[in-house]
Design a protein around this ligand. Structure first.
Ligand code: HT7
Ligand code: ZN
Length: 881
């Protein structure tokens, strides 16, 4: 397979000014006619006309013409992924007709069928499976699209832009033409045809234009779209207020499809969504699902500027749109809900999953240098770390400076395909800043470690913090240069108040929380006028994606948990305390000692539970112990069984010691839930989060009154958040009869709702009790399961391999063998899903030598299993290198 390098980038030889497409959709084939109005790229060297290489894959060519002259077989060359011909003038028109087969397309890339509807997914390189084209993001064209299909089965025909004409034919077919006035790359093309219903609304933009809003779904889902519509309107308003960005077409459409490889796609004016990212109502979707819908609707909408109006020059620049847009959607979610809870969730996710990626064989920089298959680079590094990099730019420039930079970026590059350098340059130019060294965050992979030591001089009243940064080697990058690390910090006095901060050389104190830019491998900052020895609160709000190393004692952490004025760092202190306590338990388990837990963790949690004034959502977050995956990530060699035993022991100790306050908070909150209709808002999410984590602890007591309360919640709740938690805690409990009954009742009730059945699969896939693999194998035979639907694969197999660590890492390797078997099957059906699914096997270096051998053995078996897709080949071969 071919490796593509960023250093080899060249601008295209030809441009496509206009693209006119006609689709004739039939049940057994689709005909695609494309007319491309092309010209030579004036930015390329003049001289002899170079050959034109059009991308194309899995296309059956019917005809091709150059300037109306039909070409014969000898006039062009065809290979597996390219059609080459020789233009004879600077401007010309290409007409082609091809046959494609959406009805057998299980890869869900290009044009495919999801149930009875036709839909597309063209990012990153799916358009070449639709027609011969320059399928690269720096070729931007104006599209006109006509779709024709049988009227009865496909009453709704959609594409990008505005509808300009439609009509019926006398053979039972009809057609519609759409015109998109904005130039766009092919990856933003979309087409949908189906029997769909829509909910409609409208939005008046800041300049007073009315935009029609439509969400299209299958008829049975039309009652589950209101939350997405509300989220869309909030997103449109927020982008005007926060970034000054106004929507530009007369219509904005979202279509929900059941079969989709990712969450959603920002096609111009016609977003296509995984139904799991659109449909949400109290009875069928949890609070987390409601928040996910809001975030993804926002994310895709925000792409209209950060991605569509200003797009990427090439796929190495993917984070230009994805990192920036994730940052924008995180700001949006923070503004719509609790900002601290959002930050806590994002950081916990980043540290568990992106840090693991950065330490593994697929580690790459935010702007990768090379790839074999671009689909493999829609990663946590490009998305989440990319968003952290943008956040650091904002931290360094300040909110106002950042907004000046984003305004300049959008204004300067509207209608262009640009690079990460252009983004940073706009930030620099708008602020007179120099971000040259900062840009190492885009080119160096790996997670930096920041080690901090302190020195207090009582006589001089000075306090010095010394920062040492290093970054471990990653594939292809044995050594690293120092990063610019913004460290937001405060110093706490013994009474818990924030001290004024004055650095040596400064005329006066400036605030009580400030950002230091650490730029050298080792650097000391000295504060003066420090009246007493302070407790440092470091990296407030997680101001940089680094591993912070500071020797906090448990008493210091308890102090920070109570007093830090930074909400994020209060949570962080609790997490660090829990990590210390859990690591001690893990050690005891490994040495075969009786487990004994440091009771200070319990007293800290008791204080939290007894304080009614605290935000319930934060209390819920602080009651949640670090997950097994995070404990794995921070272990040198992860001992899954010890991690699981230690964590379960701690949970049981907390449950026993805090039974009373947990029971009291549970009952009070459940009472409110009983008396309040479901509302999808931050305050109600918070109450239910606390109620549900309390229930999960209380069930460990195995008391009859708790089981009864759990069953009451399962049976009486008016919403999925409460019902699913009750089901999950029963599934993970020893109460077999209740477990089987509730599982059965749930499945009977929701058998016709695929998204709810996904949750039913996930709850069981994550059950850590022995026999997990056999349960998953049995569930694969369930009529609601199919390997052809990515949501089902993620819900059952993905949840098993990523969340059920004790069962997946079974010592006999059966979990690994099972996963490898699924990857081999999926490789032929859906390569993108296959390659994502195999990620847990790539982390083999984290485990003991016996497990390492078993995991590597399965990777080798995949490699030898026959013809591999480029997706699977790249991940497997890099993991074994
Ligand atoms: N920009 C979208 C990426 C995407 C995608 C990429 C590869 C294969 C399938 C895909 N579906 C969507 C989604 C986003 O980040 O907004
Ligand atoms: Zn995106």
């Amino acid at each position: 397979p071919k490796v593509i390098h960023l250093k080899d980038y060249q601008a295209p030889e030809y441009l496509i000014d206009e693209t006119h497409l006609t689709f004739e959709l039939y049940e057994d084939r689709t005909l695609v006619h494309a007319q491309l109005v092309m010209r030579r790229n004036p930015e390329r060297p003049a001289g002899k006309l170079p050959p034109l290489d059009l991308h194309g894959q899995e296309l059956e060519l019917l005809s091709i013409a150059l300037n109306d002259r039909e070409l014969a077989a000898g006039d062009y060359q065809l290979s597996e992924d390219c059609l080459t011909l020789q233009p004879d003038s600077d401007s010309f028109v290409i007409d082609s007709s091809v046959v494609i087969h959406p009805e057998t397309n299980t890869a869900l890339e290009g044009l495919y069928k999801s149930g009875s509807m036709f839909c597309t997914q063209c990012e990153a390189e799916g358009f070449r499976k639709i027609t011969y084209y320059l399928d690269r993001p720096d070729v931007m064209s104006k599209f006109t699209t006509t779709v024709s299909a049988e009227q009865k089965a496909y009453p709704v025909l959609l594409s990008n832009g505005n509808p300009i004409a439609s009509g019926s034919e006398d053979n039972g077919r009809h057609w519609a033409t759409w015109e998109d006035p904005f130039k766009k790359p092919a990856y933003l093309f979309a087409l949908v045809a189906g029997d769909l219903w829509a909910i409609e609304d409208s939005f008046t933009t800041m300049s007073g234009r009315d935009v029609a809003l439509r969400i299209y779904v299958e008829p049975e889902n039309v009652d589950k779209c209101q939350h997405a519509m509300d989220s869309l309107k909030k997103s449109m308003k927020w982008d005007e207020e926060a970034y000054g960005r106004e929507y530009d077409l007369d219509i904005f459409m979202i279509v929900a499809v059941n079969d989709f490889n990712m969450g959603a796609m920002e096609n111009k004016g016609l977003n296509i969504f995984n139904s799991s990212a659109v449909l949400a109502r109290a009875e069928t979707a949890t609070d987390a699902a409601h928040q996910r819908v809001e975030a993804i609707v926002g994310h895709e909408y925000f792409h209209n500027w950060s991605g569509n109006r200003v797009t990427c020059r090439d796929w190495f620049q993917l984070s230009l749109k994805e990192g920036f847009t994730v940052f924008r959607d995180s700001q949006f979610s923070a503004d719509m809900n609790s900002a601290t809870v959002k930050r806590v969730e994002d950081v916990a996710y980043l540290r568990t999953h992106q840090f693991a990626e950065d330490a593994g064989p697929m580690a790459h920089s935010v702007r990768p240098e090379s790839f074999i298959e671009i689909s493999n680079f829609y990663t946590l590094t490009v998305y989440e770390k990319g968003a952290e990099v943008v956040r650091m730019i904002q931290t360094l420039l300040g909110e106002e400076g950042f907004r000046k930079g984003s305004d300049l970026y959008f204004e300067r590059h509207d209608g262009q395909a640009v690079t990460v350098d252009d983004f940073v340059k706009a930030m620099e130019d708008a602020n007179g800043a120099d971000l040259t060294q900062f840009k190492r965050w885009y080119s160096q992979s790996g997670t930096p470690r920041l080690t901090v030591s302190e020195q207090y001089d009582e006589a001089a009243k000075t306090y010095s913090l010394t920062f040492r940064q290093s970054c471990p080697p990653t594939p292809g990058q044995p050594t690293k240069e120092p990063f610019v690390i913004p460290v937001k910090l405060g110093l706490l006095a013994a009474d818990g108040s924030d001290m004024p901060l004055r650095l040596q050389g400064e005329p006066q104190a400036a605030g009580t929380s400030r950002v230091l830019a650490v730029t050298e491998a080792e650097q000391t900052f000295t504060f003066v006028d420090v009246a007493e020895r302070p407790q440092p609160s470091l990296l407030r709000g997680f101001s940089a994606p680094v591993k912070l190393d500071y020797p906090y004692s448990r008493d210091q952490l308890m102090f920070l948990m109570q007093h830090d004025s930074d909400g994020f760092n209060r949570w962080e202190a609790g997490q660090q305390l829990s990590v210390q306590v859990l690591q001690e338990l893990i050690g005891q388990h490994q040495r075969g000692e009786a487990l004994a837990m440091d009771e200070r963790l319990i007293s800290a949690l008791r204080t939290l539970l007894q304080n009614d004034e605290l935000d319930a959502a934060m209390v819920a977050e602080m009651l949640s112990l670090p997950g097994e995956a995070y404990l794995t990530e921070i272990s040198e060699v992860a001992d899954i069984d010890a991690i699981h035993a230690a964590r379960e022991f701690a949970r049981k100790r907390i449950a026993d010691a805090l039974f009373e306050p947990l029971w009291q908070r549970y009952q009070a909150n459940r009472e409110t839930s009983r008396n309040t209709a479901y509302v999808a808002s931050a305050e109600h999410f918070a109450r239910r989060a606390l109620q549900n984590i309390a229930l999960s602890y209380l069930m460990l007591s195995e008391k009859a009154e708790v089981v009864a309360a759990c069953l009451e919640q399962f049976e009486q709740a008016d919403n999925m958040t409460e019902r699913l938690t009750a089901l999950a805690v029963l599934v993970n409990s020893p109460f077999e009869a209740e477990r089987d009954k509730t599982l059965q009742t749930f499945a009977e009730h929701f058998k016709d709702n695929p998204l709810v059945m996904d949750q039913w699969f996930s709850v069981q896939a994550g059950n850590p009790l022995p026999g997990g693999l056999e349960r998953v194998q049995t569930l694969m035979q369930h009529p609601a399961f199919t390997l052809k639907n990515p949501n089902k694969v993620r819900a059952l197999i993905g949840a098993f391999a990523n969340q059920n660590l004790v069962n997946f890492h079974r010592a006999d390797g059966a979990g690994y063998r099972f996963l490898a078997d699924q990857v081999i099957t999926l490789n032929a059906l859906n390569p993108q899903i296959a390659s994502r699914l195999l990620a847990p096997l790539t982390r083999w270096r984290k485990y003991d030598s016996a497990r390492q051998a078993l995991m590597k053995g399965e990777l080798e078996r995949i490699l030898a299993s026959g013809e591999l897709s480029s997706d699977v080949y790249e991940v497997v071969s890099k993991s074994l290198a």
